[in-house]
Ligand binder design. Structure first.
Ligand SMILES: [Zn+2]
Length: 462
């Protein structure tokens, strides 16, 4: 299941809509990342983490605990802040091979390892200052022109303003050119160290360099932040072709996971025409049949979707995400007990230990609704949160489960956490105070409530 974080209600089934911005509250996330529309999906997060892990390791960056943040945006973009890799679903669905995404990740890792982020921010600040000065100069000249009632001087004023802006821009580009070349070189080093080709990176950057980007009329943010002059592409090409791994292709199993990811994004985010487009090339491939099962679940007949999913499971019995899809379908047809079994299987098969699958299991157990299954739901939701502690939606289910069990202080605290990780600090504090009234002073729950009450958001946009 792909879950979107947007504002609003929570709905089971098709796609879970949840409150925004688990990322917004983390202190490690930069202000500019606040408010990004996030999507959560165990399968895609695991795959992108598998792409990133060897590269991050080769770059000497933290090789564990890389957070993958999937941004629900059809344009091409990818950027890294600290240990978080932000990547647009548009980039994932555009890339035909894992290598294309791995190349972009390698380039971004080059920026982090080179400490470029901080410098870029300083540079942008300076550029902003320069632009302000330019504007002031221009405005001053216009005023001067106006007072002498001379059109010529007013025109000169405009010229100063435009010139100032351009100067600021040129200064950024000059700086960026150096950083980009460094990041390209670092990327090739990491790709070589991991025995991978740079052809995917070259393909992606080459595409940006050409006048038409794949997303057509849309301007890709990545393209704007990454100037791709001919010279840079030419230099990169030399490096890529000199690598002993230039002709290395992605392992077939990884390519298959990539194909399945693309079709999943198409099914959940883009609709049936996009799925058909991806299926056309090879209608009988596993990925095509996965896409077919998903769109049958989303837009068609659940019984047919179950049959198609059963066939997938028969072919890859150890694929946790086929079990997850089976669970989603069973939830839709109101068979929570069977859904819980499917999710439990997904959890046991999941090498990536995703908290999301545990939360789905918890939801199914809640829907079963017996006191025993509610207790098990609490356990599984807490396990899920243990792996994924900023999952605001999971706290909301946990609060509901505690509430149904009559454990009100725990329910209030979970509600507080849910608000907290949705960056709704006012309501978080209200519920934390409510929880404290019924908790023993100094016990862990009371202390956590106190943390929430004391919290002041420090990383807000100016
Ligand atoms: Zn770059």
């Amino acid at each position: 299941m792909i879950a979107r974080s947007t504002i609003g209600r929570t709905a089971r089934g098709f796609a879970t809509l949840l409150l925004a911005a688990a990322v917004a509250v983390s202190t490690s996330v930069n202000a500019f990342a606040q408010g990004v529309p996030v999507v959560r999906d165990a399968e895609i997060e695991a795959l992108v983490r598998d792409y990133a892990r060897p590269i991050f390791k080769a770059a000497g960056l933290a090789n564990d605990g890389i957070d993958i943040v999937l941004v629900n945006d059809q344009s091409f973009n990818a950027f890294v802040t600290g240990r978080r890799l932000f990547i647009n679903t548009g980039a994932l669905v555009t890339a035909e091979t894992p290598n294309e995404i791995i190349g972009v990740i390698a380039h971004e890792a080059g920026h982090i390892a080179g400490g470029h982020q901080q410098k870029l921010r300083d540079q942008l600040d300076r550029a902003k200052t320069m632009a302000i000065i330019a504007t002031l100069l221009g405005a001053g000249a216009i005023v001067a022109g106006a007072t002498t009632n001379s059109r010529g001087l007013a025109g000169a004023g405009m010229g100063v303003a435009a010139g100032g802006g351009e100067m600021a821009q040129r200064s950024i580009l000059a700086y960026q050119r150096g950083e980009e070349i460094t990041a390209d070189r670092s990327a090739i080093t990491y790709l070589n160290a991991t025995g991978q080709s740079g052809m995917g990176m070259l393909k992606t950057f080459g595409r940006f360099q050409s006048a038409l980007s794949l997303s057509g009329t849309q301007l890709d943010p990545y393209r704007i932040s990454h100037p791709m002059p001919q010279e840079r592409i030419a230099n990169l090409e030399v490096l890529v072709k000199a690598s002993p791994y230039v002709n290395q292709v992605d392992p077939p199993a990884l390519q298959q996971r990539h194909d399945m990811m693309r079709i999943k994004i198409a099914a959940y985010m883009q609709g049936q025409a996009a799925v058909s487009r991806l299926m056309r090339k090879n209608p009988t491939s596993l990925a095509s049949r996965y896409g077919d099962a998903q769109q049958t679940y989303l837009y068609g007949n659940p019984a047919a979707a179950l049959a198609k999913t059963a066939a997938l499971i028969k072919e890859q019995p150890k694929n946790p995400y086929f079990q997850e899809l089976r669970g989603d379908i069973l939830m839709k047809v109101n068979k929570p007990k069977d859904a819980a079994d499917a999710y439990a299987k997904a959890v046991s098969l999941d090498p990536a230990r995703s908290g999301l699958l545990l939360v789905s299991l918890g939801q199914a157990l809640m829907a079963v609704g017996t006191p025993d299954s509610l207790k098990r739901a609490v356990t599984q939701l807490n396990n899920g949160i243990g792996r994924d502690k900023e999952n605001a939606e999971a706290y909301r289910y946990l609060a509901q489960a505690y509430g149904e069990l009559g454990e009100i202080p725990a329910a209030d605290l979970a509600t507080a956490e849910g608000h907290f990780y949705s960056a709704d600090y006012k309501d978080a504090k209200i519920f934390a105070m409510r929880a404290q009234q019924k908790l023993k002073r100094g016990e862990p729950g009371w202390l956590r409530a106190q943390d929430i009450i004391n919290y002041t958001p420090s990383n807000k946009l100016k």
